[in-house]
Design a protein around this ligand. Structure first.
Ligand code: NI
Length: 163
């Protein structure tokens, strides 16, 4: 299966709040194929997460890499987040070559639909919590560069080394 072309910054789709997927549409072969292709694309690009607007779609679907394999989350919401935050290095497939420090909640709980339309709950801490927050940001039109406190590799799209 061919992988999908990545949408790169700056692109208006990366700044759009994506629309919810009506649950009955989840059973369509188009959506199921998109999910499979997003998983393939994420692995091919060595990513740990991928949002639909990174492959040119305007719907609330993201793939999150977990210890149990890739999980598709549809119309996801963060329903709990820890008071405690931590700063760690982050990058994004849509902003190749740029890495920097981003402060995120240390633990979060996500609720969503799975690819079959069943309710799904995912609790994450550390890296998984970070990936969840990064991908949810994508679905709402935010990028990690909006939250980056310090660049560790590369330069900001506007040429800044620091914010
Ligand atoms: Ni990203």
């Amino acid at each position: 299966m061919p992988i999908l072309e990545l949408t790169l910054h700056p692109h208006t789709l990366l700044r759009s709040k994506l629309r919810e997927v009506p649950p009955h549409e989840l059973h369509s072969s188009a959506i199921q194929k998109l999910i499979d292709q997003m998983i393939e694309t994420m692995f091919a690009k060595n990513g740990v997460g991928l949002a639909a607007n990174q492959v040119g779609r305007d719907i609330q679907i993201a793939i999150i890499s977990t210890q149990d394999g890739p999980v598709a989350v549809i119309n996801p919401r963060i329903v709990r987040k820890s008071f405690r935050k931590e700063v760690s290095e982050e990058g994004c497939l849509s902003i190749p070559g740029l890495f920097g420090m981003v402060k995120r909640h240390q633990r979060v709980t996500l609720e969503a639909l799975d690819r079959h339309g069943k309710r799904l709950r995912m609790e994450g801490k550390g890296l998984l919590a970070r990936v969840i927050q990064h991908e949810l940001d994508h679905l709402n039109g935010f990028l990690c560069i909006d939250r980056m406190s310090k660049v560790t590799h590369g330069t900001m799209p506007d040429g800044r080394k620091k914010i």
